[in-house]
Design a protein. Structure first.
Length: 433
């Protein structure tokens, strides 16, 4: 009897020591999906009881049994052997068996490569070593389940429906007293009991506050690592809801507007038809702003057209004034058009010339213009300068002298080829005049 009891006690303590020789850990203990890497470590818990380690294995639960994922075996250096080729493409494994105190196997799956929920299963470690008493001992851990949390990231825009109607409405403006239903559907996290929260902010309020209405929730459905559900509230619009912003969110952080998945919808009141008041000041402001913008655009266009027309008429008038003020050519004007003309240049009266009828017409010399007319014409043309040559001035003096001595009455004075004044030949005696 005593011998049997002693054997049972010895077997118990041997089993307890064996269970504590190998240890499995998940780092961190709770993995935040999408934020943390998934790390699993197998190590020796009591290295002083072992003299050497032959191998360490990491196993993962399949449908019915545990299957080896990866292992490290004795060698120089230690050899990593993969059994799950699919996991090998998105994970890394390191290990060593140099001594019992440093022996370990570490599996790391990058946060961007973690598959949820496929990677969050039950894992266990196995090892084989030699005790200090030279006994070969296999050891294994109890299975552990990798726990995780997942934050919601996706939530739909709230849908609006008038109470007791069968379809959603695209309207976002309603009359006072209208009862509306707001429905929001989205991810709530990795916990099926999580819900969607409703908050609101009215005109004059600085923060969102939780609504007192009790939501109606749908059943949660799992999609990957996240549960999805919907939430519906009924809200009666009052005069205070001139512009109310409703918020639905998931990812409970304690305060409105701090969830990880958020959506908004804005509800306003229709303008009042009674009196001159407007129960929707923000809508009135929007209309006023639109009128101001439209008026500014129209005024700018009108001013631009007016400036173009003004410039056009100024250019046209200047062109017309330029054409009318251009003096006609000198050759096309009469003596009366020449400034300073006051009648015949000879104060003694007109000068006559009696042609000689016996001379052929082709031998008659044409009448020269009166020197005074020429002088006036030169002044008009701007040639009364000191650049006139002396010969021309002498000719003019001879003409004036000739006129003063009354030679002009005997015939039309002509200029000779050398520029001197010469009297016309007198008709022969007895010739007809």
């Amino acid at each position: 009897m005593k011998l049997t009891f002693a054997c049972v006690v010895l077997l118990y303590f041997t089993s307890l020591a064996s269970a504590q020789d190998i240890l499995i850990q998940a780092l961190p203990q709770t993995v935040i999906y999408g934020e943390n890497d998934l790390v699993i470590v197998c190590s020796i818990s009591n290295p002083s009881l072992l003299s050497s380690v032959f191998f360490i294995q990491l196993l993962r639960n399949s449908s019915t049994t545990f299957e080896t994922v990866v292992s490290v075996t004795t060698g120089q250096p230690a050899t990593i052997q993969w059994k799950d080729s699919a996991l090998q493409r998105r994970a890394t494994a390191i290990g060593n068996l140099d001594s019992p105190s440093s022996a370990q196997l570490r599996l790391t799956i990058d946060k961007d490569s973690v598959l949820c929920p496929a990677d969050f299963k039950m894992y266990m470690c196995k090892m084989s070593g030699l005790t200090t008493a030279s006994d070969v001992v296999p050891k294994e851990t109890s299975p552990i389940t990798i726990s995780y949390t997942a934050k919601p990231n996706v939530i739909e825009m709230p849908r609006v429906r008038i109470l007791n109607e069968n379809f959603d409405t695209p309207d976002r403006q309603f009359s006072v007293g209208t009862a509306i239903q707001l429905t929001c559907r989205g991810e709530v996290g990795s916990d099926a009991s999580m819900t969607i929260r409703w908050c609101a902010q009215k005109v004059g309020e600085f923060t969102f506050t939780g609504l007192a209405q009790t939501p109606i929730y749908s059943e949660s459905s799992l999609s990957g690592c996240l549960y999805t559900r919907s939430s519906t509230i009924t809200y009666n619009l009052t005069n205070q809801d001139t512009f109310t912003q409703f918020l639905c969110e998931s990812g409970d952080t304690g305060l409105c507007g701090t969830g990880s998945a958020i959506q908004h919808v804005n509800i306003t009141l229709k303008p009042s038809t009674e009196g001159s008041g407007n129960t929707n000041p923000r809508t009135a402001d929007d209309t006023s702003d639109a009128g101001i913008i439209a008026g500014g655009v129209i005024g700018g266009l009108a001013a631009l057209i007016l400036i173009i027309l003004l410039v056009y008429f100024l250019v046209l008038r200047r062109k017309s004034d330029g054409e009318s003020s251009t003096p006609p050519p000198i050759d096309d004007r009469t003596k009366e058009d020449v400034p300073g003309y006051n009648g015949p240049a000879n104060p003694e009266g007109p000068v006559y010339s009696v042609p000689v009828k016996d001379n052929p017409p082709h031998e008659r010399q044409h009448r020269r213009k009166h020197p005074r007319d020429e002088e006036e014409r030169r002044k008009y043309r701007g040639h009364e300068n000191d650049g006139l040559d002396e010969d021309h001035t002498a000719k003019s003096e001879k003409e004036i002298d000739y006129q003063n001595h009354s030679y002009a009455n005997r015939g039309m004075n002509d200029y000779g080829d050398d520029g001197d004044v010469a009297p016309r030949e007198q008709p022969a005696f007895g010739s007809a005049v």
